[in-house]
Design a protein around this ligand. Structure first.
Ligand code: PLP
Length: 365
């Protein structure tokens, strides 16, 4: 028996977007627009920073396992604290879900080229990982429902989805849910919830009280706290109680928790971030389509651009890097002909569009 199980040997480790500093040095640039990791270009929520400062004085104490944030979320969303979990980012909670619910013979089902974090986590468990193709860059929920077998334990859906940015509607989800047996756990990953929530067709899963659905959300995106590692989830209390048994006892850390509590109250920052993102989405989508690219309709804080092929995508990526614009090539997700571009500040978005124009219309420069 080898020391490392074959399914771990076969894994490709998660490769994060390149840091701005790395690109700046490598390409000898003065400034870099980092549009690769769906972060908030405005920085962290000021109220999160303020609230974090208050907790510096109690850093000698062990945290209360996220209880303060769980209470705040329960009050905010009018649910019981027993329905809420907090963790080291939503990926931290995802990792706990995988450890808690999956047995060796179980299958996980999702779309092709799903969020890479989920792909890596699920495959590290050594279970069967099955996917269904996209339809027009959207989840094909009827095909997913039809693909459920007696071994399926978890169905993973991200809404809005990463890397496509597309959503499925309330009506589509309701129809899907009717076809999913009670014994199957649905993970509804709503990392980009805030960007889509005002769309009346978007199913805010907080209003679903299904016993087999767990909703995951994060402070990493619109609240600008990706570096703090703080996320949360809502589910039936029986699911949460079991997750709490498996979770690291002191996760999340005190400062991350405090940042989340501060951010939740920061309505002004939320509003400003959403306005900036909406402008960015409009500019990037319209400009890139004008250049002839297929751009999936996004309800998140990034757009996915489809190139003519993998070679064009790689060449564009390189030309953007040389101009100091860092985007995310999607080969690791399983989409080698696509690039994902996060929205930035107004200036960064403009810089990205100009860099793209120079890259696709070299004759005109
Ligand atoms: C769909 C999706 N889920 C989860 C995450 C991870 O969020 P967190 O930083 O809370 O772990 C991301 C981040 O890119 C994401 O795109």
């Amino acid at each position: 028996m080898p020391l490392v199980p074959p399914y771990i040997e076969a894994l490709r480790p998660y490769v994060a977007g390149r840091s701005a500093e790395q690109v700046r040095r490598e390409y000898g640039l003065e400034t870099v627009a980092k549009l690769a990791s769906n972060e908030n270009p405005l920085g962290p929520s000021p109220m999160a920073i303020e609230r974090t400062r208050q907790d510096l004085a109690i850093l000698h104490r062990y945290p209360e396992a996220g209880m303060r944030l769980r209470r705040t979320l329960a009050e905010t969303y009018d649910v019981k604290v027993e329905n809420v979990i907090a963790g080291n980012g939503s990926e931290g909670i995802m990792s706990n879900i995988i450890r808690t619910f999956l047995c060796d013979d179980d299958e996980v089902l999702t779309t092709e080229a799903a969020f890479i974090g989920f792909q890596v986590l699920a495959q590290s468990r050594g279970i069967a990982y099955r996917t269904v193709p996209y339809r027009d860059w959207r989840y094909d929920l009827p095909a997913l429902a039809a693909a459920i077998t007696s071994r399926t334990k978890i169905v993973y859906l991200a809404n809005p989805n990463n890397p496509t940015g597309t959503i499925f509607t309330k009506a589509e989800f309701d129809d899907f849910h009717r076809h999913v047996p009670e014994r199957v756990l649905i993970i509804l990953d709503e990392a980009y919830f805030e960007y889509a929530k005002d769309n009346p067709r978007y199913p805010d899963s907080m209003y679903y009280r299904y016993d087999n659905v767990i909703t995951l959300r994060t402070f990493s995106k619109v609240y600008g706290l990706a570096g703090a590692r703080i996320g949360y989830g809502f589910a039936h209390e029986r699911l949460i109680a079991n997750l709490l048994k498996v979770k690291l006892p002191f996760e999340p850390g005190l400062l991350a928790e405090a940042a989340g509590i501060g951010a939740l109250a920061d309505k002004e920052f939320l509003h400003r971030s959403l306005e900036l993102n909406a402008r960015g989405l409009r500019l990037l989508t319209a400009s890139l389509r004008e250049m002839g690219f297929t751009v999936a309709p996004s309800e998140a804080n990034f757009v996915m651009v489809e190139c003519a092929g993998a070679a064009q995508a790689a060449a564009l990526n390189e030309q953007l890097l040389r101009q100091g614009v860092v985007v995310r090539p999607l080969a690791a997700f399983g989409l080698p002909r696509c690039l994902r571009i996060s929205t930035g500040t107004d200036g960064e978005n403009q810089r990205c569009v100009e860099a793209m124009r120079r890259a696709v219309e070299p004759a005109r420069v």
